[in-house]
Design a protein around this ligand. Structure first.
Ligand SMILES: [Zn+2]
Length: 526
């Protein structure tokens, strides 16, 4: 602004003051004390109006009647004021109102030039000293010009301080609080005043990406039955403070800018257009940033595939303020049945049997989770509530050790046996065993190892068991056998089915007992 323009502006300010106060500007720009015939503006204080009218009446009377002497002097005595700024005189003025009017105009002008900003004047301390003189003409305009040149402006803003350091200035406390609440609200919408979360047209998440989710979805997120997550506490990690401060109007940023500065560290985004020969790693190196920043900012990149012309977001975001939340996470989980083993000494070692498959239970697990900017920092299981208990899977396991050694005590190989032929001389030959009929299942007479299972001349299908104690038993004429050589059998184990194979006349079992290679009369042992 040139000096001339400045001068013009001041003159126009003065003319406006003069007209408001009812002072008619003279041709040379100096106001007279003559009462203007224009009607008083309604905004003029009545005190001022009365004073002006009094002067006007006094002048009129003087002119009409021409009274002389003391009356004339009195009528021509003009009251005015010396104006002091910080104790130094600036000059004389008609009235304090003229000064106040100037200040009001200046403030109005500042407000107009800085819309939305709370502007204040820096006037220093202004004091008045009343004075009066015969036909005195106070130098109001010059004084006001002088004052105007000394008036400074400042904006009243609210600084947001992080760890004592100012990170930005907004226009007022309400704006500062709203911005800070939005920052917390990103991670704890249910703990932040709903109107704060609702008024914003868009939100920016910690990655600075516009999130068009509506306020409704934000509030649904917290009560969704799928996610039993509840934010219990929210706080800033840093020491965050707000303070009103005198600043230059240009220092004040709008709410959105302040918000972005806080969550991303800066409002400026860095983008880069892929050039021929570029690769993700090369670009990271070129910009001296972590490759992960590129992946995080540009989730569309798959398998490092980028092509010439692709625009990458390379903004390194470091939030100025970090938000810590304490959340309670409740999860319903299935619990596996316990595994219970029951020993059974009637079952052989290695054998097992599932008695009960067991039933899964349901438990509710509650975790206390601490997150920073939504990223899990710690998780602690605080309680487990059994909703439905599981029932155990029960498995029976055998403990009986079987070595294939007989006890020396024999039992009948046939249940419900009937003796049909005894041991001894028969038809001129030795009958080496006894013949039995009864239940068709043939059982081992004592524990032992199968020494032979097959066909022998005259015996047909035959099983021989070595009891490893000097005794062997033989089971002949079987229609089939169900054991193999080397197999350990216990007393009473089924080994085959009664039959009529070999030299046999009718289905029966031919049963022999040998002791150290000598046939015995089985009836002596049964
Ligand atoms: Zn026989």
């Amino acid at each position: 602004m040139t000096a001339r323009k400045d001068d013009n502006r001041q003159r126009s300010v003065w003319s406006r003051i003069a007209s408001t106060l009812g002072l008619a500007p003279r041709q040379d720009g100096t106001a007279t004390t003559a009462r203007s015939s224009a009607p008083q503006s309604s905004g003029t204080p009545s005190r001022k109006r009365k004073a002006a009218i009094a002067v006007s009446i006094a002048l009129g009377l003087t002119a009409a009647a021409g009274f002389g002497g003391t009356y004339y002097v009195k009528a021509n005595t003009v009251s005015y004021y010396h104006l002091y700024k910080d104790g130094t005189e600036l000059g004389t003025v008609d009235s304090p109102e003229a000064v106040e009017e100037l200040l009001a105009l200046k403030k109005e002008e500042a407000a107009r030039e800085n819309p939305g900003v709370d502007m204040e004047l820096e006037t220093g301390s202004l004091t008045y000293e009343p004075a009066s003189g015969f036909k005195a003409v106070p130098d109001t305009e010059a004084t006001l010009d002088k004052l105007e040149k000394q008036i400074a402006f400042y904006a009243v803003g609210v600084e947001i301080k992080v760890e004592g350091e100012v990170i930005g200035v907004v226009k007022d406390k309400a704006t500062a609080e709203r911005v800070l609440q939005r920052v917390q609200g990103e991670y704890a919408p249910e703990l932040v005043m709903p109107e704060v979360m609702n008024v914003r047209p868009m939100s920016y998440n910690a990655n600075g990406k516009a999130d068009a989710s509506s306020p409704e979805s934000a509030s649904q997120k917290s009560v969704s039955p799928k996610s039993n997550r509840e934010v219990k506490q929210v706080k800033f990690v840093e020491d965050v403070d707000t303070q009103s401060a005198k600043v230059q109007p240009t220092e004040i940023v709008d709410e959105e800018t302040m918000y972005k500065t806080i969550v991303s560290g800066s409002e400026a985004e860095t983008t880069y257009t892929v050039q021929p020969g570029d690769c993700v790693g090369c670009i990271a190196e070129k910009f001296d940033i972590d490759k992960q920043v590129i992946y995080d900012n540009n989730p569309w990149i798959k398998n490092d595939m980028i092509k010439v012309g692709d625009v990458l977001d390379l903004t390194v975001r470091e939030p100025k303020i970090n938000v810590e939340t304490v959340e309670r996470l409740t999860k319903t989980v299935e619990t596996k049945p316990d595994y219970v083993v029951r020993e059974n000494d009637e079952m052989r070692v290695g054998e097992s049997k599932v008695i009960s498959e067991g039933i899964k239970g349901i438990s509710e697990l509650t975790y206390k989770q601490v997150k920073r900017n939504g990223v899990l920092v710690s998780s602690e299981l605080v309680s487990t509530v059994v909703i439905k208990p599981s029932s155990p899977k029960i498995v029976m396991k055998g403990t009986k050790v079987v070595r294939g050694e007989g006890t020396g005590n024999f039992e009948y190989p046939v249940s419900g046996a009937t003796l049909t032929s005894k041991f001894g001389k028969r038809w001129g030959r030795l009958h080496k065993g006894i013949d039995l009929v009864g239940d068709s299942t043939i059982k081992a007479a004592d524990e032992g190892v199968v020494e032979f299972a097959g066909v022998k001349s005259g015996y047909g299908n035959v099983v021989i068991i070595n009891h490893r104690n000097g005794y062997k038993t033989l089971y002949a004429h079987l229609s089939s056998y169900s054991v193999a050589e080397g197999e350990i059998v216990e007393k009473g184990d089924p080994i085959g089915i009664m039959g009529n194979t070999g030299r046999s006349f009718g289905t029966h079992l031919h049963f022999e007992i040998h002791k150290n290679g000598v046939v015995q009369n089985p009836l002596d042992y049964l």
